[in-house]
Write a protein that binds this ligand. Structure first.
Ligand SMILES: CCCCCCCCCCCCCC(=O)SCCNC(=O)CCNC(=O)[C@H](O)C(C)(C)COP(=O)(O)OP(=O)(O)OC[C@H]1O[C@@H](n2cnc3c(N)ncnc32)[C@H](O)[C@@H]1OP(=O)(O)O
Length: 151
């Protein structure tokens, strides 16, 4: 079975609050490469409330952040011919810049679907465009500039 990108991160770089598998108190977001796009799914619980019934924007930014860095790692691996079918990948990206547009209230109690597409890669800089949807309605869009860490 295909593993999520975050489960391929080196053990010492897998503690991120949003997506680290080694952070038992974090969100543990999981992102998959499907064809030329990436996908994560997350259902927030009620503590992430903004206006009652809607999801807190900080959580939305956090989901886009971690989806974006995972997507960047996956796209960098594909570009460099590094297999994702192995125990660990030698690629880890951090956020240089994250831009979020909140398009509509994000409803509580729904599974959120976050999708990512590669915009471009230039050296260690990887730009990914993202959407976050509930019930097929785009509630937020985002763009991340992720920087691949030096080895
Ligand atoms: C944070 C590292 C620790 C390891 C933790 C791993 C796990 C974390 C998991 C977290 C995951 C979840 C997500 C999170 O929460 S990640 C947490 C939030 N992000 C950070 O803390 C990152 C802080 N910044 C840095 O550590 C360094 O600045 C990095 C590593 C990013 C680059 O420093 P480095 O010395 O390696 O490289 P460089 O300075 O030669 O830059 C290289 C190129 O990139 C360009 N550039 C750089 N920044 C920006 C910018 N802001 N906007 C536009 N461009 C930028 C730069 O101009 C250059 O371009 P060019 O001249 O080549 O054209």
């Amino acid at each position: 079975m295909k593993k999520p990108i975050q489960d391929l991160y080196p053990e010492n770089l897998a503690h991120c609050y949003g997506c680290g598998k080694n952070n038992t108190q974090g969100h543990q977001l999981k992102t998959y490469l499907e064809g030329e796009e990436t996908i994560s799914r997350f259902t927030p619980d009620l503590k992430y409330t903004a206006i009652p019934g809607s999801v807190y924007g900080g959580l939305i930014a956090s989901l886009l952040d971690c989806h974006g860095t995972a997507s960047a790692a996956a796209f960098a691996c594909v570009a460099e011919g590094i297999s994702l079918e192995q125990a660990q990948i030698p690629v880890r990206c951090v956020t240089g810049n994250l831009n979020v547009n909140f398009k509509a209230m994000t409803p509580q109690g729904k599974e959120l679907v976050i999708m990512g597409k590669l915009k471009h890669i230039e050296g260690r800089k990887i730009t990914v465009e993202m959407t976050l949807s509930a019930d097929n309605v785009v509630c937020a869009t985002g763009e991340i500039l992720a920087i691949k860490l030096r080895e």
